[in-house]
Ligand binder design. Structure first.
Ligand code: HEM
Length: 509
């Protein structure tokens, strides 16, 4: 009996300690408004299951509670913001992702720049930075040229054939450049590259990571077992089961992932065994930087693979989607496409297989604005999460305690009417005219994040995207019957749409 009493007392003490350790979070709950979460599953149920991860689900909460809200991912509190003032502090001071995010990425992709935390991340970033210097980027132009020409030839087969689905084609374009610029020319010999199935393998990897990220419940074996045998009990349970089914679906995809990683390993092996030392700018392509670090004992062998794999994963979906989204936004807004075309005909008077130089791309200022405006309304990464590195004070005085997870809602920041005006949801590349940018908050546009942990591939992405779009839009007029207002956005590591509009291509002269 005494043992039982002692046990209950110990439990009570532990419970009180647990509540005490979370006292600042409970205080925050009282100070910061937001939707109330269900016990254990938080708001996951409403967002993931009822609303099928639709991003617009958050809009009503921002409109109701203000620019910064508190909500729950399972039992974990998360402060989500669309306030550029607060984002400025977050991006300047918080360089670490949440532990949960790091676990999801490491589980699926291993160790690399996306998953490391400060101070290790800082070392990583310093080592990798040379792979993104301008002198190396310009050496990629022949790859950008060849792959852009390849897309144009493919689109030629769609001319005058009505609306076609081109999302896969654009993703194939970006994965091909990402693989070649990360791993070097050897990758072209690999089977997955030759048969153009890298996209499928990489998508399996991204799906698995996303699932790990958004469904903390689905990660737990105990939940899988608990719900595994009672499929239809309630609607909730059935839906949880669906998540679990998805997990097993992803497990099947592991086969795909292994193939993709094997492809990288083969390239790495060839390079390691090669007698020739890489020199000059070539020594700065990522695989060579990683091999060099491995030889010096800074990283492990498996880290070469994950570092390269992560870079391709981080670059291909974001760039491929943005190129596709821009084609769509311009198809849906022909008046702006006409302006892009005017600019292109000035720089490239002849259509067909004209060559593009770095200087040419610098002249395409209207196209630059159109891509950025597309990224504003359809950001390739709709939301990211950082961990508060110190106590952070919101503009209204509320203090976010150190360690709390902060969701930087890029999608809603970019459509925040307080900072973008009443026409925040309307496509208008002139939003990025220098004089308009000057009037706007420095962090009202954060498509590539900001601060030290911003997108390392920003210049690479903008250069390659403008390159391929210049080739396509100089050669074809793009049309669509899908209205812009009907797009439905879905939360994912990278932006997903419920329906990908189809595009029609008409030849230009
Ligand atoms: C339109 C294209 C792109 C967009 C919109 C984009 C956006 C972003 C954003 C928002 C982040 C911050 C993520 C976070 O805080 O969790 C990020 C990070 C990153 N991006 Fe990009 N990205 C693009 C293209 C690329 C490309 C082409 C590459 C590589 C070739 C790349 C490599 C990375 C890497 C490695 C990171 C992590 C940086 C770090 O943790 O230090 N991105 N990107």
């Amino acid at each position: 009996m005494i043992t039982l009493h002692l046990f209950l007392c110990a439990l009570a003490v532990l419970w009180i300690y647990f509540l005490w350790s979370r006292r600042r979070i409970y205080k925050l709950m009282l100070e910061l408004p937001g939707p109330i979460g269900y016990p254990i599953i938080g708001s996951t149920y409403e967002h993931v299951i009822q609303k099928k991860r639709q991003i617009r689900f958050r809009t009503k909460y921002f409109n109701k509670y203000g620019n910064t809200i508190l909500t729950w991912i399972g039992p974990v509190p998360i402060v989500i913001t669309r306030d550029p003032n607060f984002l400025k502090d977050v991006f300047a001071t918080c360089h670490n992702k949440s532990v949960h995010m790091v676990k999801a990425i490491t589980n699926c992709m291993g160790n690399g720049i996306l998953s490391t935390q400060d101070p290790l991340w800082h070392e990583h970033r310093k080592n990798i930075n040379p792979a993104f210097k301008l002198d190396l980027l310009v050496t990629f132009l022949p790859i950008f040229e060849a792959e852009a020409n390849r897309v144009v030839s493919l689109l030629e087969t769609y001319v005058d054939k009505g609306e076609k689905s081109v999302i896969r084609d654009m993703l194939r374009w970006s994965v091909r450049i990402a693989a070649q610029t990360t791993l070097g020319p050897d990758v072209k010999e690999e089977e997955l590259f030759k048969n153009d199935t890298l996209v499928e393998k990489l998508n399996a990897l991204i799906s698995l990571t996303t699932l790990n990220l958004i469904n903390p419940l689905a990660q737990k074996k105990i939940i899988v077992n608990l719900f595994g045998h009672e499929k239809q009990k309630t609607a909730h349970v059935a839906e949880v089961f669906k998540m679990v089914d998805n997990v097993s679906e992803c497990k099947k995809n592991l086969n795909y992932i292994i193939k993709y990683l094997t492809c990288i390993v083969q390239v790495v092996e060839k390079r390691l065994n090669s007698k020739e030392e890489s020199s000059g700018v070539e020594s700065n392509i990522l695989v060579n930087i990683a091999i060099d670090l491995y030889r010096k004992g800074v990283i492990k062998y498996n880290d070469i693979r994950s570092e390269c794999g992560m870079m391709i994963a981080a670059g291909f979906d974001t760039s491929g989607l943005t190129a596709y989204h821009t084609l769509y936004t311009l198809a849906a807004h022909p008046q702006f496409q006409a302006k892009v075309f005017d600019e292109l005909t000035e720089v490239f008077p002849n259509s067909a297989d004209f060559q593009i130089t770095y200087t040419d791309v610098q002249k395409l200022v209207y196209l630059d604005r159109a891509v950025k405006e597309t990224l504003r309304l359809i950001p390739a990464i709709p939301i990211t999460a950082r961990e508060a590195a110190t106590d952070l004070r919101l503009p209204n005085g509320v203090v976010i305690p150190k360690g709390v997870l902060i969701g930087t809602d890029i999608f809603h920041t970019h459509r925040n009417p307080e900072f973008w005006g009443p026409e925040a949801d309307i496509f208008n590349p002139d939003n990025f005219l220098p004089e308009n940018l000057q009037k706007r908050h420095s962090h009202a546009f954060v498509g590539f994040a900001r601060g030290k942990r911003n997108c390392i591939g920003l210049k690479y992405a903008m250069l390659s995207i403008k390159f391929v779009l210049a080739k396509i839009l100089r050669n074809y007029m793009v049309k669509t019957s899908f209205p812009f207002k009907d797009l439905v956005f879905v939360d994912n590591m990278t932006m997903k749409l419920v329906e990908y509009p189809r595009l029609e291509f008409l030849r230009r002269t």
